[in-house]
Design a protein around this ligand. Sequence first.
Ligand SMILES: [Zn+2]
Length: 463
Amino acid sequence: MKAQALFAVVSALQLAVVANAEGLNPRHVAKRQNAVSTPAASSSASVSASATASVVAPATGTAPPPLASGTGVPPLSSISSGMPTRTAKAAATTYTPGSKPPIAGAPPLPNPIVPGSAVYPPVDKIPPTDSPEVKEWLKELEGHNIPDLAPTTDGSCGADPDKAADAANRGWWSCGGHTRDTDIVACPDKLTWGVSFDDGPSDYIRFKHVHMLYVLDYLKEKDLSATFFVVGSRITQRPALLIEEYMAGHEISVHTWSHSKALTSLTNAELVAELGWTRKIIKDVLGVSPTTMRPPWGDIDDRVRAVSLAMGMVPIIWSRSPSGNTFDTNDWQVAGGKVSGADSFNTFSTILQQASQMETGFIVLQHDLFETTVDLAVGYTLDAALNHNPKFNLKAIGQCQRIPATNLYVETNTNKTFPYPSANGSKANNRSGAVIALAPGSGKMAVLSALAGAALGVMGFLL
Ligand SMILES: [Zn+2]
C-alpha cells in the first residue's frame, strides 16, 4: 500500500509537471494539430483528420527494431505514463569556477549562482516587464522593424480564425508551417539529423544508476553532440546540469524563461522578458550568451522573429516532411498518458523513414524533460538512427549547419556582422521572403528546395 501511495504521488507530480511541458494544454494540443493543416487552416477536413492522428502517422512496419538491450532502459512496451518512476539525482558538477570551457575564446566559468536565487523572476511564470533589466533590454529593439502584429489569443489557429487566414503573411510556423529565410528548420546535408533536447535542465539529463545510460552519458559514449534548448527558470533550480551540458561540448540555446505561454500571444515587452532573462541566466551560469533560440511549440511569427533577431537570437524550429508532417516524436505526450512509448517510437520510425527520402537533413523535436522521454531517446530513437540503413549522421544543430561553435555565443563570436546587422534589416521582416507552405500535396521538389534554401540562407548569415 505504501508503495502504491508513493507511486500515486509521483504520478500526480509527473502529471503536474507535464502540464507545463510541450503541452497538455488543450489549446496547445489544438494548435499543434492545426499546425499540420493547410496554411490558412481553411480545410476543416484536414484539421479534423490531423486531429485524430498523432502529428506523424504510425510507422508501417519498416521501422528499425527497438534496441534497448544493455542500456538498462525498460522495454519499449513498458514506457508509459504508468511506469514506476526511479529516483532522479541532480548531478554534482565537477567543474569549478574558472574552469576553461571547450569553446575557443570563451570566458572561464563564472562563480556559481545560488539555486533558487531571488535575483531571478519566479519559476515557470512570465517575468514582470517593469524591471530595470527588461527596460534595458527593450532598448535592443530600437532601430529594428518589429511588425505591428496583434498578439494571438493562445498561439493556436483555432482560437484566431482571422489571424489564421493571414498566417502566410504573418509567417506563422505553428499555424501552417510558414518560415522565413532566417529560420533554421533543417540541416543542409542529406541523412544528417540535428539532434536536440528541449525543456531542461531536468534531473533526468543525468543520474547514475546501475547499468543505466542517460543523455549526457549516452552522448559521450557515442561521441555525439546535441543542442539543448533550456528553460531559463529551470536553470535557477539546476545550474550544475547546464554547466555539465556546456562543458561536455554540447550547444546551449534559449527556450524562454517560463515556457508557459505561446510566444505569439505575448506582448513585445513580455517577449523581451522571456528571452532576456533566459539569456541572462545562461550568461550568469556559463559566462556566454546564446545567439539562437527555439520558440516553445514552434509558435513563432514575424513579430516574434523580429524581436528575437533584434536581441541577437536566430530562431531554430524543427523540420516537416515534404507531406507537411512535423518532425515531433510526441515523446512529451507520453508522461501525460496521451500516447504510449511504443506510439512515440513508431512516430519516430516514420520520421526516419521520411527523412531518409529527403534531399536535406532534418531536425526532430524531442525532450530531456521526463524519465520517459529520456528512456525513449537513449534506449531507442538515437540507436535507431545510428543503426538505420542508410546510417544517419547525428550532430548538434549548429554543427550540422556548419556554424562555427564560436558564433553560437555573443562573447565568442568572431564574425562582426553576426547575427544580423541592423543596417541590413532582418529578412524575418520581409513578408515576401521565402515561405515554406508545406500543405499536403505541395510539390516535393519545391518544398525541398525551400528547405535547402532556408538552411543555406541562414548559413550565409552565420558563416
Ligand atoms: Zn519546449
